[in-house]
Design a protein around this ligand. Sequence first.
Ligand code: PLP
Length: 487
Amino acid sequence: VRIPIDRSSEVPLYQQIEDFLRQNILSGKLEPGTRLPATRQLAAELGVSRITVKNAYAELEGDGLVDSMEGSGTFVMEVHQRPNRLITWEPEAWPLWQQELQGEDQSNLAPQPTAREPHPRMISFTGVGDPELFPLKEFSKTMQTVIKRDGVDALLYGDFNAGYAPLRKTITRVLASQGIQANPEQVLITSGSQQGIALVCQILLKPGDVVIVENPTYNLALELFRALRLKIVGVPVDESGMQVAKLEALLQRYHPRLIYTIPNFQNPTGASLSGARRRALLALADRYHVPILEDDFAGDLRYEGTAQPAIKVLDPGGRVIYTGTFSKMLMPGLRVGFLVAEGPVFPKLVQAKRVSDLTTSTLMQRTLNEYVTVGRYQVHLRRSCRVYRKRRDAMLSAIRHYCDECMRVYITQGGLFLWFRLPEGMSSTQLLPLALEEGVDYAPGSRFFVNPEEGERFLRLNFATQSEENIEAGIQRLVKAIDRLRK
Ligand SMILES: Cc1ncc(COP(=O)(O)O)c(C=O)c1O
């Protein structure tokens, strides 16, 4: 412990030591159970008499913050053993700039509901892909190979421009296998597609500008748009994705600067945009001079039906910016995604990326490039699709079996989510604490709507992370919670 002592102060030395330790204990910087330095040692370090330190410790002990044990030292008391009034610490007043932040809208940071008694074996229908399917061993072997092969090159900043060139090429090969032709020169590596979305906003939008989104849409895109103080205008979604017929009136009225769309297995509804709507969307965006950001976060996780062309494929040039990611197919912690764009916007995006975080981890980019051959990606993809398809079917059949008519689920042909509608008048926010008590977790619908209240009747269920048995048990628990809420 380095205690700053001010010898010119009128505050006695023992009290300065006591105050410093008290603040550190109450704020949690000194954890419960921590042993304070022996009085002799601290006295020597601070150049004060031993009695001064002893007095400080005695005051803290008198207040129940530390406990002296004969022969073994003085320890910070466990929180539950302290008197109530001494459990936490806050400064008397935050500095002005912090107070200003306190006044801002904190709705995105609102605490999530918790169960009174959390279930010991929670079945969670939240999250993204199944960690059990992560190719852990192969990936770690690949990483070792890369470090051996490339030495320090794998640990330098690497390419400050658009990313590791061989990976950009590999990405174009993977995209080609999905029917999307792109030139490596048009690919920018990002730290996840979340950064891709943020970079596009940074280049194209300023506070107050309007962004058009599907309503509902991906919650962290909404949070990003709110954080950037954009005006968000929603277009309703049905089973064929964004209702493009309603778009033109909004384009005329709001003059948006960006259209953000998730055309495949949309988060959260699972809906996919029909071919006709893709064409209509592109035509409208072109007519009104609005760029499209196409977020294809899980487009390759298709379990049935035929794939529609990416909007980027229909683009005659420079109308659509496409973002993809390795998070859902491989592992989200890699933090590797990419943007595909052409025209004057591309170097702007590259520069925005550089000033944002210099570069995405060189080691990750190199390892991923070594790991992702098209063949291996396709094998992994087929395996994931096989497993996730069975889980989707298990969830659909459990819902059909256990839920009654007034509950409805939207059927998806791929991706990770089912979108569930509760009986009239029920709220998924109110249901959540009961569901957690029953042992099932989900994402309440309000998170995904431009106006959160509109989402109260909905909840998003991720079917990809749980075994088929757990899915059945989880749906039974959900129905039990719904029955409890009804009563
Ligand atoms: C629709 C959508 N887009 C983008 C992302 C961001 O993913 P990442 O930054 O891991 O690539 C997610 C994550 O869940 C998502 O659901």
